[in-house]
Design a protein around this ligand. Structure first.
Ligand code: 8YV
Length: 317
């Protein structure tokens, strides 16, 4: 335990996660920009680190509240909420928690694909409400195995999703900044997400969040997917043109969607909620006991390494 003050900046840390941060240093708890600004000047001056979680922005003005801030450790692989350029300009290090969540995020992508194609939620309802017991049979649903899948963004999470899809005999197509070392037969479409959409039935968005991927799955790409197309998003709500997606779903131009992330979450557009062909999840892709523990350990390992003067395990800048 050092005497470094670590600002704990999100209400969503569990008791275990907070306890782990407290083992690294003295903590100060302030979750809103207003609470942070209201901290006494000497408390703000003592803050050397921010342990952050969630998706509320940490911009340059927030950083400037803490004149001795040296590191922001994000709980999560995505750090789009943190203005990394502003941090770098101030000499502030940023870290994240990659890799430990790849499997869970990929599992949820496949879970949504299977639940959507086999109408698992509706089937469960039919058994519970007696519809099946009264002799009705669930209308035939749709085979997923063997259907072509597109992975928009073949990073570590995209690869974990693709490997699972390959296990279902699904021909894999992908976009990425560069061609990857993949099993034979996987098709690389450069960064042409429209060509990707034209080639597949399932399109899984797995690009990183941030300004440069805003609307990555464009209106044109959504339309290119066609009437059998299903969009899955485990990345960020901003990575899809959500208005175009909603319009295509409402018009039946594509078949459906499975979404774990949204614009302006947790406030989901009511037009999405009204659509029966959309499966909605509360941004829970990494939310298993095992993975959240590993993310917490990774966050604290970065903080502890920083205060010990050791190389950061997973630096962003
Ligand atoms: C969590 C995530 O919502 O890792 C990410 O980037 O989006 C999710 O795993 C996040 O870690 C909570 O801060």
């Amino acid at each position: 335990m050092t005497q470094a003050a670590i600002l704990v900046s999100a209400p969503s840390f569990t008791d275990d996660e907070r306890a782990r941060i407290e083992e690294v240093g003295v903590t100060v708890y302030a979750v809103t920009p207003e609470e942070r600004a209201a901290l006494p000047e000497e408390v703000r001056a003592g803050v050397r680190a921010i342990a952050n979680k969630g998706h509320k922005p940490i911009d340059g003005a927030q950083m400037d509240l803490f004149p001795n801030l040296e590191i922001i450790a994000q709980f999560g692989v995505g750090y789009d909420a943190i203005d990394v350029a502003a941090a770098s300009a101030r000499g502030i290090r940023v870290t994240n928690t990659p890799d430990v969540l790849n499997e869970d995020v990929a599992d949820l992508a496949l879970a949504m694909m299977l639940a959507w194609s086999r109408e698992i939620l509706r089937g469960d309802g039919w058994v519970r409400d007696g519809t099946w017991g009264q002799g009705q049979e669930l209308p035939l649903n749709r085979k997923m195995s063997g259907a072509p899948v597109g992975i928009a963004g073949m990073g570590r999470i995209g690869r974990a999703i693709a490997d699972r899809c390959a296990g279902f005999g699904m021909p894999v197509h992908y976009t990425s900044r560069s061609a990857k070392d993949t099993p034979e037969g996987w098709t690389y479409h450069g960064e042409d997400v429209v060509a990707l959409a034209e080639a597949v039935e399932w399109l899984v968005v797995a690009v990183v969040g941030g300004a440069h991927t805003q609307g990555y799955l464009s209106r044109e790409a959504i339309q290119a997917l066609g009437p059998r197309g299903v969009v899955i998003n485990i990345a960020r709500g901003t990575c899809i043109d959500e208005e175009a997606l909603i319009e295509a779903l409402e018009a039946g131009e594509i078949a459906g969607a499975g979404l774990d992330v949204f614009y302006n979450e947790p406030h989901v557009n009511p037009r999405l909620i009204a659509l029966p062909n959309v499966l909605l999840q509360p941004h829970q892709a990494s939310s298993t006991v095992e993975t959240r523990r590993d993310m917490s350990i990774a966050q604290c390992a970065n903080l502890a390494a920083y205060f010990a003067g050791l190389p950061l395990p997973t630096p962003v800048n």
